[in-house]
Write a protein that binds this ligand. Structure first.
Ligand code: T46
Length: 134
């Protein structure tokens, strides 16, 4: 499986660092939604689903966490621990977020508005869907 990370330019000076992210430039889609998660309970795994259409970029803007991506034939763990690096998560990928540090803020830029109908929440349904679309 090809893992695509995006490194955003850091604008640093003696005051600190600033990162700017522009849709269709730094992010390969129009950003319709931004959400973020924090105060994640120790030992928690989030996600455990796939999306039919949604594309996202996950950025750990503080702390660290690991994103497991599964394309139906292979699983890869990706550590996110830099606030200027995003992980591109294409549609039709099972994802699980785990190993959150206590201070983690995981921000997500999404290509679509929230739509429950886009979720595949059952792993065997996901494998069936992968067969159908490939
Ligand atoms: C994904 C991973 C990376 C909303 O009301 N609006 C939203 O935009 C989102 C994302 C969630 N919610 C509500 C729905 C649930 O009641 O927030 C609650 C928690 O959402 P969920 O259990 O889906 O959170 P995660 O962390 O399991 O998954 C989320 C995204 O839902 C999902 O698209 O790819 O982060």
């Amino acid at each position: 499986m090809e893992i695509r990370t995006i490194e955003f330019p850091e604008h640093g000076d003696e005051r600190g660092t600033l990162v700017a992210i522009e849709e269709n430039r730094d992010i390969p889609f129009e950003v319709k939604r931004v959400y973020y998660m924090y105060d994640t309970t120790k030992g928690t795994t989030r996600g455990r689903h796939a999306h039919k259409e949604l594309k996202q970029v996950l950025i750990c803007v503080h702390g660290s966490c690991t994103i497991m991506l599964d394309d139906g034939s292979e699983r890869v763990d990706v550590l996110l621990d830099r606030p200027n690096v995003g992980l591109y998560v294409d549609s039709v990928l099972w994802r699980e977020m785990h190993s959150f540090s206590p201070d983690t803020v995981l921000m997500v830029l999404a290509s679509e508005y929230y739509a429950e109908a886009d979720y595949i929440r059952d792993y065997s349904d996901f494998l069936t869907y992968v067969e159908e679309v490939h």
